[in-house]
Design a protein around this ligand. Structure first.
Ligand SMILES: Cc1cc2nc3c(=O)[nH]c(=O)nc-3n(C[C@H](O)[C@H](O)[C@H](O)COP(=O)(O)OP(=O)(O)OC[C@H]3O[C@@H](n4cnc5c(N)ncnc54)[C@H](O)[C@@H]3O)c2cc1C
Length: 464
């Protein structure tokens, strides 16, 4: 059941660790045994789900667990539109089961590779001003705490633990079961079309209300913007007749080759961006399909990524400030910047706790698994996001310390109290949790490997 010395690396191979052992429990009773053994032997314990967090969030040198074998659907309540699952199930495994029962998850992020426990751990989100993140969909949850006890919670049963555990960042225990609120299965019509950057800035409050799920894709070298609007529909499935963007293997390869070349010739990047734009983002595209096929998209290559949530009312100002920062410096930006919107909630550590938010995310690719530089960009991006009272995405690397976070998360002290109650010996505390959630630490960006100089000049903005 346990591998001696286990090498863990996340999906993008950007963070790794060597654990003393890795376990793959098949039952909750086995999880309890592992936790008890870890406690007895004073070992740190961390679970990884799909390993999709672009940080060291699940890393440990002690015991690691993976719950891929705890992946069963336990109960579907069609009348209430709820589903109870073992927490290791991946979202892509859940979708077909839900569809069979005429149900679906109301909103998803870019991918469905995540485990359910992993997705809620970091408040994984999609977009839509009237839709919360995935943590808000949890109606009941079951975990094995640091003493090996099984704890069940919901809004009516142990509400403090429930409010902490819905966005648990892996710090409270091992989540074994989750009940999710779903809705009747639905198709979405996606309409994507270019708009001028200035229109996005000027009309942002109206634009984000103009569809059930709205997002912007901003091509920063040329300030081109695409708005993507998704609405529920009864129309039949229809896909654009000609493949667009990078659906063809050949186009993907060429794109990746171009990005690889930009490591040595960063001045290629504005041209690469412009070619990507003209591969289909510069025109209107309509698609109708089942919800998960529209919400999800191909994230292509391994990547470094950072994302912050800022108060929604600051969105236009923050994008302008970021535009200015990007214009003043020279960074390699490999892919458009994604701007999404999430409704406020009451989950203690949710980045949308008590405030409607706008998420801004930046991706730097690792073409052909090669290293790329991203520190300067991350640093300046974080500076802008902090100046707008930003809260970082828990899964993605940031340098917020307890002293910063407590100002943004009024319930952080309560979360830490619940944490101590559930995990008195601190077996679920790894470097990430210590660095960011415990007072007196100064987090820094991880070591940057030696890479070719990659500063890229940004040309003057071009018109659409
Ligand atoms: C290509 C890509 C696209 C993405 N798109 C989005 C997006 O659109 N929106 C968004 O918000 N995020 C997005 N993410 C981030 C992703 O949703 C989160 O990192 C999510 O937490 C990953 O889930 P996972 O199952 O891989 O968990 P992991 O990354 O393996 O773990 C995340 C945390 O959960 C803990 N954990 C996992 N399982 C358990 C358990 N059973 N019990 C206790 N703790 C547990 C781990 O210890 C860790 O602390 C994306 C990531 C990638 C790589």
């Amino acid at each position: 059941m346990a591998d001696p010395k286990f090498a863990y690396a996340n999906w993008a191979n950007t963070f790794s660790c060597t654990a003393e052992r890795c376990f793959e429990p098949e039952t909750e009773a086995e999880v309890v045994d592992i936790v008890r053994s870890a406690r007895t032997h004073r070992k740190e314990v961390k679970v990884f789900g799909a390993g999709h967090s672009p940080s060291d969030l699940p890393c440990s040198s002690g015991y690691m667990l993976n719950l891929d074998k705890l992946c069963h659907v336990l109960q579907v309540n069609i009348a209430r539109c709820t589903v109870t699952v073992e927490a290791g199930i991946r979202l892509f495994q859940l979708h077909p089961v839900l569809r069979k029962y005429g149900l679906a998850i109301s909103v998803l992020g870019a991918i469905s590779d995540q485990s359910v426990a992993g997705a809620i751990a970091t408040a994984t989100h999609g977009t839509g001003v009237t839709f919360g993140n995935m943590s808000t969909m949890v109606t009941k949850l079951r975990l094995v705490d640091g003493t090996g006890a099984i704890v069940e919670c919901s809004a009516d049963n142990k509400p403090r633990i429930f409010d902490a555990a819905r966005c648990h960042i892996g710090a409270l225990g091992i989540i074994t079961q989750v009940t999710l609120q779903c809705e009747p299965a639905f198709r979405l019509e996606s309409v994507q079309h270019p708009i001028p950057f200035d229109t996005m800035i000027r009309d942002l409050p109206q634009l984000i209300q103009s569809a059930e799920h709205t997002k912007f894709i901003w091509f920063p070298y040329h300030n081109n913007v695409v708005i993507s609007k998704l609405n529920r529909t009864t129309k039949p499935i229809s896909r654009p007749p000609e493949p667009w963007a990078l659906t063809q293997q050949k186009d993907r390869f060429i794109y990746e080759l171009e990005l690889y070349a930009s490591r040595f010739l960063p001045s290629l990047l504005p041209g690469i961006e412009q070619r990507l734009w003209s591969r289909g983002f510069n025109k209107t595209i309509r698609t109708v399909d089942w919800s998960e096929n529209i919400f999800n998209f191909d994230c292509m290559f391994p990547q470094y990524t950072t994302e912050w949530a800022i108060p929604q009312e600051c969105a236009s100002q923050a994008i302008q400030a970021l535009d200015k920062a990007l214009s003043q410096a020279r960074y390699p930006i490999h892919f458009p910047i994604e701007i999404r919107f999430v409704k406020q909630d009451n989950v203690w550590l949710s980045p949308s706790y008590n405030q409607d938010v706008c998420y801004i995310g930046i991706v730097v690719y690792k073409p052909f698994k090669s290293e790329v530089t991203y520190h300067a960009l991350w640093h300046d991006f974080e500076k802008v996001m902090r100046s707008f009272r930003g809260r970082p995405h828990w899964a993605k690397f940031h340098t917020m310390a307890y002293e910063d976070l407590v100002k943004r998360y009024p319930k952080l002290p309560d979360f830490l109290k619940v944490r101590e109650e559930l995990d008195p010996d601190g077996i679920f505390v790894n470097d990430y949790i210590r660095r960011h959630l415990f007072p007196g630490n100064i987090p820094t960006l991880p070591e940057q490997p030696n890479v070719a100089n990659q500063l890229a000049s940004r040309p003057l903005k071009s018109k659409l």
